[in-house]
Write a protein that binds this ligand. Structure first.
Ligand code: A4P
Ligand code: MG
Length: 182
C-alpha cells in the first residue's frame, strides 16, 4: 500500500459537481481507499485561460503501482469527458499525481512530485489543509511554501452538502456546524 496525493481540477461544465463525483469515483475503486479530501476551492486560472477553476486534493491509500494509478487517472478523466485541444486548455476534469509515497520519478510521461506543485496555491493550500505537516521530497515542508504563492487568488467554497461520505472525508476544522461537501 502506498499513500498518494491526487490533485483534481476542472473549469469546464459543472466543474464543482464534477469534482465531487470524481472523488466518489475514486473511492469506489477497489484498489483505492480515500483517506482524506480537502475542501473545494475556487481558483484563478494560472498559466491558463478560461473560467475560474475548482480544485481540491485527495489523500489516498492504494495498492496500485504508480503507472497503473496514472492510467486509472487518465481513464477517469476520459469518463468525465476530458479533451486536450491544446496545452492548459479548459478541462472537464484533470487528475494529477502530486505525490506517491516518498518516490521521486523523472520520466518522459511521469514526473513525481508533480513538477509545478510548489508554484501553485491551488495545490499547496488544499494539501496543507488535509496534511498540515506534509513534507514534499526535496522541497521540505509544504506550509513553508505558502508565502511564495500568496499572490494567487484562491477561496474556499462554502455551501450545503447532501453527501455524508464526502463530509466524512473532509477535515473536521473545515466543517463547523452543518456538514459540507466542499
Ligand atoms: N504527467 C507527468 N507527470 C504527471 C503527474 N505527476 N500526474 C504527464 C499526472 N500526469 C503527469 O497531462 C499532460 C501529461 O503529463 C500526461 O500525458 C501525463 O502523462 P494532462 O493531464 O494531459 O495535462 P495537464 O494536467 O494540463 O498538464 P500539466 O503539465 O500537469 O499541467 P499543469 O501544470 O497541472 O497545469 N489553474 C488553476 N487555477 N487550476 C488548475 O487546476 N491547471 C493547469 C494545468 C493550469 N492552470 C490551472 C490549473
Ligand atoms: Mg493532468
Amino acid at each position: 500500500m502506498t499513500v498518494a496525493y491526487l490533485g483534481l481540477g476542472a473549469n469546464l461544465g459543472d466543474a464543482r459537481q464534477t469534482l465531487k463525483d470524481a472523488v466518489v469515483c475514486l473511492a469506489q475503486q477497489h484498489t483505492i481507499t480515500v483517506l482524506a479530501k480537502s475542501s473545494l476551492y475556487r481558483t484563478a486560472p494560472i498559466d491558463a485561460g478560461g473560467d475560474d477553476y475548482f480544485n481540491c486534493v485527495v489523500k489516498v491509500d492504494t495498492t496500485l503501482p504508480v503507472r497503473h494509478l496514472l492510467a486509472l487517472c487518465h481513464k477517469i478523466e476520459h469518463q468525465f469527458g476530458r479533451e486536450r485541444p491544446f496545452r492548459n486548455a479548459p478541462r472537464t476534469l484533470d487528475l494529477d499525481i502530486l505525490l506517491f509515497g516518498d518516490q521521486s520519478i523523472d520520466e518522459a510521461d511521469l514526473i513525481v512530485p508533480h513538477p509545478r506543485l510548489v508554484e501553485r496555491a491551488f495545490v499547496l493550500v488544499p494539501l496543507v489543509e488535509i496534511d498540515p505537516t506534509l513534507v514534499i521530497p526535496q522541497r521540505g515542508r509544504a506550509d513553508a511554501l505558502l508565502p511564495g504563492v500568496s499572490d494567487q487568488r484562491i477561496e474556499k467554497v462554502k455551501g450545503p452538502c447532501q453527501c455524508p461520505m464526502l463530509n466524512a472525508l473532509t477535515p473536521a476544522e473545515s466543517t463547523p456546524g452543518k456538514g459540507r461537501c466542499e
